[in-house]
Design a protein around this ligand. Structure first.
Ligand code: NAD
Length: 484
């Protein structure tokens, strides 16, 4: 199959925080991969801007090292890397002072797409936004990209939105949730809205429940102090899992257009029911497998921050009333896996005497590993032994179905950065969406803080606290196993 990429206009992309971890691990390697795909126009430039005193050559060296470290060997060769590095510039700027801004203005060329990636702490967003305009570096056509965390609660998210809105209009602001850039997540929309098969069944009459799992094997790995101020609810549920829930639950937008899609997602968030305390399970990983527990990792012996959370969430609208969405995410679990599983209802009456227990169709959308889609259907077990039913997967792993293109799945950042250059906001969060998600999350967090709830300890390498299993057992349901 021939790879088809939509060309983009030549651009000047400034990465504030160009020497930071995110730039080195994700942004620069993703730009290189797009370069390799022939998608970066020759006149384009990538301009690192950070506080460090670095020569342009030293920043190119740092970029080269980052590509060596974070790209597989098969994806880089010396000639292409050197050609890519010719697009790289560096300007030292101080976000909180006046240094470097005039020089930055001198580097930005008219007639290009201008994008400014704020890969810095959110506390610097206002300083940078203000200086971009004060020094006439950005204008009404420029785009700015901001990263998570977008606020810590509703009040701080509103404050960040207000700071950005003082300088830029909503059409210029690209709030990244990298889950939306994942290929399978976009495929979720393709499956729902490009096939007639699913939509008639996509409602409470036919869907029993939905499970969304994002499991990690790592702990908080050196980010303990930061993570301890956040926790799984803020770090994962309010943004990533919420976005997945929205894409499953939303009504068909009238067009695949930024505001049409985001309007529908917003309606879902606004229809979320408050979550009852008995429908929340929080956990903290214990010491085990030669690794310290959360308490040691966070260096906070009294920490009540959750490294695991499971929630039962209801959506109060005609389509979903009566279909629970069970969400769970946690660290130090058995496997690194992310998936959405849609459990259909059982047939109303079985004509087979020996109907098996699991006579239930399940559609599984795997985000990682092995991105793909799997539908479990009932068939007759082969053989002469009568009408015995068995559940088998109708499997479509992208690797199998699409050959090389299926295994060479672009990183989410590749897609998202190119969308910024194209000026397409569909896969970015709008300000009101982020605020609505916090408005839902805040009372849940306040609730457990007021009650003084403590997370339960759970053993590493498993599926989280026992109570998380009970959350479904209680309803006569079972989580899918956490496995690769
Ligand atoms: P980092 O600490 O590694 O890098 C920070 C960068 O900001 C450095 O380049 C530094 O020079 C620059 N900087 C700091 N103060 C400055 C100032 N006054 N003026 C100019 N530049 C200044 O941080 P990071 O991990 O790269 O994260 C950047 C942002 O992205 C943060 O908001 C973070 O929450 C978010 N984020 C990071 C990751 C990740 O994987 N690292 C993932 C998601 C979101």
């Amino acid at each position: 199959m021939v790879s088809r990429t939509i060309p983009v206009d030549a651009f000047d992309l400034v990465i504030f925080g160009g020497t930071g971890d995110l730039a080195r691990r994700k942004i620069l390697p993703s730009l290189y991969r797009r370069y390799l795909a022939g998608q970066i126009p020759e006149e384009s430039r990538i301009i690192g801007a950070a506080r460090s005193e670095l020569s342009e050559e030293a920043f190119r060296d740092m970029t080269r090292d980052a590509l060596m470290e974070f790209l597989p060997a098969a994806k880089r060769d010396d000639t292409t890397v050197e050609a890519f590095l010719r697009h790289i510039r560096y300007v030292r700027v101080d976000a909180t002072g006046q240094e470097g801004w005039d020089e930055l203005r001198g580097v930005i060329r008219p007639g290009m797409v201008h994008a400014f990636y704020f890969s810095v702490a959110p506390s610097l967003f206002g300083n940078i936004a203000e200086r971009l305009l004060a020094h006439s570096i950005a204008d009404a056509d420029s785009r700015i990209v901001v990263e998570k965390p977008f606020g810590h609660d509703l009040a701080s998210a509103k404050a960040l939105n207000a700071v950005l809105a003082e300088h830029f209009n909503e059409q210029q602001i690209y709030r990244i949730d990298h889950y939306l850039g994942k290929e399978t997540v976009q495929n979720l929309m393709a499956i729902r809205f490009a096939n007639i098969l699913f939509e008639p069944l996509w409602k409470t009459e036919y869907i029993d429940h939905v499970q969304i799992t994002v499991a990690e094997t790592v702990g908080v790995n050196g980010r303990g102090a930061y993570y301890d101020t956040s926790g799984a609810m803020r770090d994962m549920v309010q943004n990533h899992l919420m976005q997945l829930l929205c894409l499953i639950a939303m009504e068909p937008p009238y067009h695949f257009d930024p505001d049409a899609v985001r309007d529908e997602k917003l309606k879902v968030i606004r229809a979320l029911e408050p979550v009852r305390p008995e429908d929340i399970v929080r956990g903290q990983y214990l010491e085990g497998g030669g690794k310290p527990g959360y308490i040691e990792d966070s260096e906070n012996p009294n920490s009540r921050t959750e490294s695991f959370i499971a929630l039962k969430v209801g959506i109060a609208n005609w389509r979903w009333k009566g279909t629970p969405f069970y969400l769970r995410t946690g660290k130090r679990l058995r496997a690194r896996t992310s998936e959405i599983a849609i459990f259909f209802r059982r047939p109303p009456h079985s004509i087979f005497d020996n109907a098996v227990d699991g006579q239930q169709n399940v559609l599984v959308i795997r985000l990682q590993p092995n991105e793909g889609i799997n539908m479990k259907v009932m068939i007759k077990e082969p053989g002469p032994g009568g009408m015995r039913l068995v559940q088998v997967p109708l499997d479509m792993s992208f690797a199998q179905a699409l050959g090389d293109e299926g295994t060479d799945i672009p990183d989410a950042y590749e897609r998202l950065i190119m969308d910024v250059i194209r000026g397409n906001q569909t896969l970015f969060m709008r300000g009101d969406e982020v605020e609505a998600a916090w408005a839902w999350a805040d009372p849940i967090i306040e609730g457990w803080e007021q009650r003084g709830d403590r997370p339960q300890g759970y053993h590493p390498g498993g599926a989280g606290p026992d109570d998380a299993l009970m959350l479904l057992h209680r309803d006569g349901r079972r989580w899918r196993e956490v496995k690769e």
